[in-house]
Design a protein around this ligand. Structure first.
Ligand code: T4K
Length: 387
C-alpha cells in the first residue's frame, strides 16, 4: 500500500468560504471607509455571535491572547492564579504579562482539564482567581470549580479558546465563570484569520472590557485606565459574519471525521481515541489520541512515522507549560497526569475538508504500525500509566 499522502496533511486547515462570497463584505468596507474602531461589521458580529452562542455579552478582540490579558485586567486579578500546565503557552503567558503568579495544578487524565479535587489544596492567602482551560473543547467540571470559587471568594476566567459552540446540558459552556475567552485564530473551529473575544454576563463589565481594549478611552479626552489596543478590525469582523453562515456545516464535517476515527481506531491495542466528554454539543476542534503500551511505538515514534508519510499530527501539548524556562522557577510542584498526557497524546488531523480516504490512510498507518519495521524500539521508561 502506498500510504504517502500528497500534499502534506496538517493537524488542521482553516475553513474558508468561497472567495466570491467575501467580496460584497469588502465592498461594504470600501464604501464605508470604516476600517476599525468598533465599526458596523464589528457591531454586527458581536450581535450575531451573542445569538449564535446563546450568550448575553461579547467583546471582540484582535486575538485570544490579548483577550486573555484584558480579561485578567478587567477583573483586576492580583497575586496567584491557579491554572493548568497542560495547555497552549498563551494561557499562562497572560498571567506573566499581568505580573501574576501561575500556580499549576494537575489535570484529570480522563478530561485533560484541571482536576477540581486538587484545586483547593493549592489555594493560599494570595490566590485570587482560577484560570481553567476547556482543553480540546471538552468542558471542565464547571460545577465543582464554581463551588470552590464561591467557597474561597475567587474569580473564574475560562480559557475557552478551543470551545467555540460547545454546549453542556444547560446550554453554552461560555455561561460559566465570571468571564470566558475565545480564540478565532486561523487554526480554530471558527476563525476570523486572527481574532478572539471575551464573553461576560453584564453590560457594565462589557463596557469596562470595551474601554480596556481601546486604550482605556471613555470619550475623546478621558482615559480611565491603562488600556491596550485589542480591537478587531472590520475585515476580520466581516469575515466572521461570513464564517458564521458556514460554521454549522463545518462542525458537522468535523463530527464525521471524528466518527470515522473513533470507529477505525477503536480496536487498536494501546490507542485510546479522545473522548467527547458526554458533551451535549461538541465542536470536534481536535482529535487527541493516547498512545500507550501495549502499542509497540512510543507517541514520538508514531508522530515521526506519520510525518514520514506526510501526516503532520501535533504533540499538543508538549512540553508542559511548567517545563518552559520562564516557568521553571515558580513551577516546583508535580503534575503526574499532565506529564503523562504530554508524553502520550498525539492530536491527529481534523478539519472540515479532510477526506475519508486520508482518514483511512491515517488509521491504516496507525494500525499497520503494530507490525512496523521502520521504527526503533520503545524507549526505556517511556510508557506505563501514571496510576
Ligand atoms: N489559549 C489556548 C488554550 C490556545 O490553544 C490558544 C491558541 C490561545 C489561548 C491563544 O489564542 P490566539 O492568541 O492564538 O488567538 C496554534 C495557534 O497559533 C494557536 O492559536 C493555538 N492556540 C495553538 C493550539 O495552535 P501552532 O504554533 O501550533 O500553529 P501552527 O502555525 O503550527 O499551525 C498548525 C497547523 O495549522 C500548521 O501546521 C498548518 C495549519 N495552518 C496554520 C495557519 C496559521 C494553516 O493551514 N493555515 C494557517 O494560516 O499554534
Amino acid at each position: 500500500m502506498n500510504t504517502r499522502t500528497s500534499p502534506p496533511v496538517f493537524v488542521t486547515q482553516p475553513s474558508l468560504p468561497p472567495l466570491e462570497e467575501f467580496l460584497p463584505y469588502l465592498q461594504a468596507i470600501w464604501d464605508s471607509k470604516t476600517l476599525t474602531n468598533g465599526g458596523p461589521m464589528h457591531q454586527q458580529l458581536e450581535k450575531a455571535l451573542c445569538e449564535y452562542l446563546g450568550v448575553d455579552h461579547i467583546a471582540l478582540f484582535c486575538n485570544g491572547t490579548i483577550a486573555l490579558l484584558t480579561a485578567l485586567q478587567a477583573l483586576d486579578i492580583q497575586g496567584e492564579v491557579i491554572t493548568t500546565p497542560y495547555s497552549f503557552v498563551a494561557t499562562s503567558h497572560s498571567l506573566l504579562w499581568n505580573r501574576l503568579t501561575p500556580v499549576f495544578v494537575d489535570v484529570d487524565p480522563a478530561t485533560f482539564n484541571l482536576d477540581p479535587a486538587r484545586i483547593e489544596a493549592a489555594i493560599t492567602e494570595h490566590t485570587t482567581a482560577i484560570l481553567p482551560v476547556h482543553c480540546y473543547g471538552i468542558p471542565c467540571d464547571t460545577t465543582a470549580i464554581q463551588a470552590i470559587a464561591q467557597r474561597h471568594g475567587l474569580k473564574v476566567i475560562y480559557d475557552a479558546a478551543h470551545a467555540f459552540g460547545v454546549e453542556d446540558t444547560g446550554g453554552s459552556i461560555l455561561r460559566h465563570g465570571d468571564l470566558s475567552v475565545l480564540s478565532f485564530h486561523a487554526t480554530k473551529v471558527f476563525n476570523t484569520f486572527e481574532g478572539g473575544a471575551i464573553v461576560c454576563h453584564d453590560a457594565t463589565t462589557k463596557q469596562r472590557i470595551d474601554r480596556l481594549k481601546n486604550f482605556g478611552f471613555i470619550d475623546e479626552t478621558t482615559v480611565a485606565a491603562a488600556g491596550i489596543n485589542g480591537k478587531m478590525s472590520e475585515v476580520n469582523a466581516a469575515f466572521g459574519l461570513l464564517q458564521l453562515k458556514h460554521v454549522d456545516q463545518a462542525i458537522e464535517a468535523r463530527r464525521q471525521c471524528f466518527e470515522l476515527y473513533r470507529s477505525g481506531l477503536a480496536d487498536i491495542p494501546g490507542i485510546r481515541p479522545g473522548i467527547d466528554g458526554g458533551i451535549a454539543k461538541a465542536n470536534h476542534a481536535y482529535f487527541p489520541i493516547l498512545v500507550e503500551p501495549p502499542y509497540p511505538l512510543s507517541r514520538d515514534e508514531l508522530h515521526a512515522r506519520l510525518r514520514a508519510h506526510g501526516i503532520h499530527a501535533r504533540r499538543y501539548f508538549y512540553p508542559l507549560i511548567s517545563d518552559f524556562p520562564m516557568y521553571r522557577d515558580a513551577a516546583t510542584g508535580q503534575w503526574p497526569h499532565a506529564a503523562h498526557l504530554s508524553k502520550h497524546v498525539l492530536c491527529l488531523p481534523i478539519f472540515p475538508t479532510l477526506s475519508n480516504s486520508v482518514i483511512d490512510t491515517i488509521i491504516a498507518l496507525i494500525n499497520g504500525s503494530t507490525n512496523a519495521t521502520d521504527s526503533g524500539k520503545r524507549r526505556a521508561g517511556d510508557g506505563g500509566a501514571v496510576d
